[in-house]
Design a binder for this molecule. Structure first.
Ligand SMILES: Nc1ncnc2c1ncn2[C@@H]1O[C@H](COP(=O)(O)OP(=O)(O)OP(=O)(O)O)[C@@H](O)[C@H]1O
Length: 679
């Protein structure tokens, strides 16, 4: 059995430091529960790419485990599976006694300190903000956080705590990231390449610190590194290749086994042996369950210091259970985490004042543009006038003087010039009067019956250029168009700005590893959603106040109904936008696709929600879709409140609220489920 073999390993640990050896021997595990991490037959794929292939790994309690392997062999994937941010497709993992994310277990949570490969830091934060943020999530008091912060800044040789992360060098950022993982003195440290970009002196200091903290036997460390030789300071090394562990054991024993003077050399030999085994078997896939034991089990050393890691399948999978109270507590959101995330968002906003002002002012600018530019009368339209009457007392002259001459600018031309001009798009239309317009018109007024020639000669002839898109609204719309459009436009602006604020939030945080990092620190998907919702509510509240001030006081839109209802409906539409943004953000990985999704729905929704033109004009199959959209009934409800003074007792009003609330609930649940499934 693997475990039996494993236990024989420890007495042989040959650390340079004699005391260290004694400590480690004192901390020898006595049973399964003394393993910090145990992976058995773990498989994980990305689509068709098999990254972890029946991997077995054991990190003993109170020791440093150096996970080594070439780039792309699956180390980061394995660490993500161990902390629970990636789900395994087969096998089982136990971390500090239970599977990761088991209800009531503090992994993810306070028990584990995770430093991901990405920097996973908020650029707008200072070093102090970063450590305070993680301190809040781990439930440390201010005093505890301060004490740890002072120690870590000194130990990791960091600049002042007021230094902004975005102004730090790459190496300094990595050290801040390491500091965040060490902050709460976790029982298990999972460090993905913490020493990359760190100078040799500090690298050795970090290793020294790791050696010191495991000395108590209570802290365990799993660390990946590209500097294979530094892993000689680990108590156990695991050599990984093609998603499998080739060997696992104390570094000196691994080297001795292969008569190598360096770990690197030993690793090379292991790779060659595994390649030879692979080619002998012919069909064994890379990373398939290698008979790693070939080199180890036939080892001459009787103590068999190196593990054969292919075993484990026969082990019984332990059963874990938690009672319903623990489960319920596990799923309930923690206010502490929500508050920490909200403070984080506020601090980031404060550090980007330009962006915050833009967010506040953008809706006002948009609604002002709508009120100023949509629905008004056109001004200074050039219209060609062909008047064949010359007398100043002619009726045609009087008629022309009655036209709205602020809208229409008359250009008197000959018949040919006028039509040439209209073909060249110089004029919107031509108004024509015949030579005898006055006399024919008089005849039409006096005589009961007139000839066709008289009717024609006594008529005003108008030719309009219908290729111009403005002709129809100009001709048919009344000046209340602005009043019709504004309520829907306000809802639409609130909705889309909220989508815009949110759609990229998780995408960027996921890309930078921040979502995973927070999740490993113990923040649940629901808490992330709620915190985001509450912080964005603050932003949209300011936006809505400014919007209403402008439309009611500056543009004097009427409001016959309850202002409270108006505000609530607009806020609820903002929440719909936030929740829809959260759906996009949780489902989509890259910024470009998230942007496309947010922009892609903008026009169809605007056009078929009855915001610009009444829903009654939409052809039938589309009308059903229109009625199901979040803004159709809501716009109607807002119009009814503002212009008719109706309240919630009217169906057209409460229906708008009900549909909005329904969409909010649906989007929020969908976003939480997607985020949960994807972390
Ligand atoms: N999200 C992903 N989607 C698809 N493939 C992925 C994803 N993440 C990693 N991979 C692939 O899985 C394999 C293992 O990647 P992983 O990051 O675990 O390697 P690694 O050993 O940590 O490498 P390195 O030492 O360079 O960080 C690689 O081939 C990589 O391309």
């Amino acid at each position: 059995m693997v475990l039996d073999v494993f236990f024989t390993v420890f007495p042989l640990l040959q650390l340079k430091d004699g005391n260290m050896k004694a400590d480690l021997e004192a901390a020898l595990p006595a049973g399964r529960e003394d393993f910090a991490i145990q992976c058995r037959d773990v498989c994980r794929s990305y689509g068709k790419l098999k990254v972890l292939n029946n991997l077995n790994l054991t990190v003993p309690q109170g020791q440093i485990y150096g996970l080594l392997g070439p780039s792309g062999c699956g180390k980061t994937t394995l660490l993500k599976c161990i902390v629970g941010t990636l789900k395994i497709s087969r096998g089982h993992i136990t971390v500090l006694g239970k599977p990761p994310a088991f209800p009531g277990h503090d992994v993810p949570g306070k028990m584990v300190g995770y430093m991901p490969q990405e920097l996973a830091l908020y650029n707008e934060f200072t070093i102090g903000d970063t450590l305070t943020f993680f301190g809040r999530i781990h439930g440390l008091t201010r005093k505890e956080t301060k004490a740890r912060m002072d120690f870590l800044i000194d130990f990791l040789d960091l600049p002042q705590k007021t230094s902004l992360v975005r102004n730090l060098s790459g190496g300094q950022r990595r050290r801040v990231s390491l500091g965040a993982a060490l902050l709460q003195n976790p029982e298990l440290l999972i460090l993905d390449e913490p020493t990359v970009g760190v100078d040799p002196v500090l690298r050795s200091k970090i290793w020294q610190h790791l050696v010191e903290i495991v000395r108590t036997g209570k802290v365990s460390v799993i660390i990946t590194t590209h500097y294979i030789e530094e892993a000689r300071q680990a108590n156990v090394v695991g050599l990984m290749r093609n998603g499998c562990l080739l060997a696992e054991g104390p570094p000196d024993a691994v080297m001795k086994q292969h008569s190598a003077t360096t770990l690197e050399h030993a690793f090379l030999q292991l790779c060659e042996t595994s390649d030879q085994n692979g080619s002998k078997r012919g069909s064994s896939p890379p990373g398939g369950p290698l008979e790693n034991s070939q080199s180890f089990e036939s080892g001459k050393d009787e103590s068999r210091p190196i593990l054969a890691v292919g075993a484990g399948a026969a082990e019984e999978v332990p059963k874990y259970s938690a009672d319903w109270k623990v489960r319920a507590r596990h799923f309930l959101p923690k206010w502490r985490n929500i508050a920490a995330l909200m403070i984080k968002t506020m601090v980031r906003m404060k550090r980007l004042p330009g962006s915050l002002c833009f967010q506040f002012l953008l809706p006002v600018i948009q609604v002002s543009l709508i009120c100023l530019c949509v629905g008004g009368d056109p001004k200074g339209i050039q219209v060609a006038v062909v008047n064949n009457e010359t007398s100043p007392t002619a009726y045609s002259q009087s008629l022309l003087s009655f036209l709205d001459n602020t809208s229409v600018q008359q250009v008197h031309l000959s018949h040919e010039e006028a039509f040439d001009g209209i073909y060249n798009a110089e004029y919107w239309g031509v108004i024509g009067f015949g030579k005898n317009f006055t006399s024919y018109l008089t005849k039409r007024m006096i005589q009961r019956q007139v000839s066709r020639e008289v009717v024609d000669g006594g008529s005003v002839h108008v030719w309009l250029d219908f290729t111009s898109k403005m002709q129809k609204p100009f001709l048919y719309l009344n000046t209340d168009f602005t009043t019709f459009v504004t309520p829907g436009a306000v809802l639409s602006i609130t909705f889309y700005l909220a989508v815009g604020l949110t759609a990229l939030s998780f995408v960027l945080e996921r890309k930078e590893g921040l979502l995973d990092r927070c999740w490993v620190a113990g923040v649940s998907s629901l808490e992330t959603m709620l915190a985001h919702l509450f912080s964005q509510l603050f932003v949209i509240s300011v936006q809505i106040i400014l919007l209403l001030l402008f439309i009611l006081l500056v543009f004097k839109m009427p409001n016959e109904g309850s202002l409270v209802l108006v505000i609530i409906l607009i806020v609820l539409q903002g929440v719909t936008g936030i929740s829809f943004g959260l759906v996009i953000s949780s489902a989509i990985d890259d910024e470009q696709s998230a942007n496309q999704a947010a922009l892609g729905i903008f026009y169809p929704n605007l056009i078929i929600s009855g915001i610009i033109w009444p829903v009654e004009c939409i052809p039938y199959p589309l009308r059903y879709l229109s009625l199901a959209l979040p803004q159709t009934y809501a716009s109607e409800a807002l119009r009814c409140i503002m212009y008719r003074g109706w309240g919630l007792s009217r169906m057209m009003v409460w229906r708008g609220f009900a549909v909005t609330l329904g969409w909010n609930t649906f989007f929020l649940i969908l976003a939480t489920v997607i985020l949960k499934l994807r972390t």
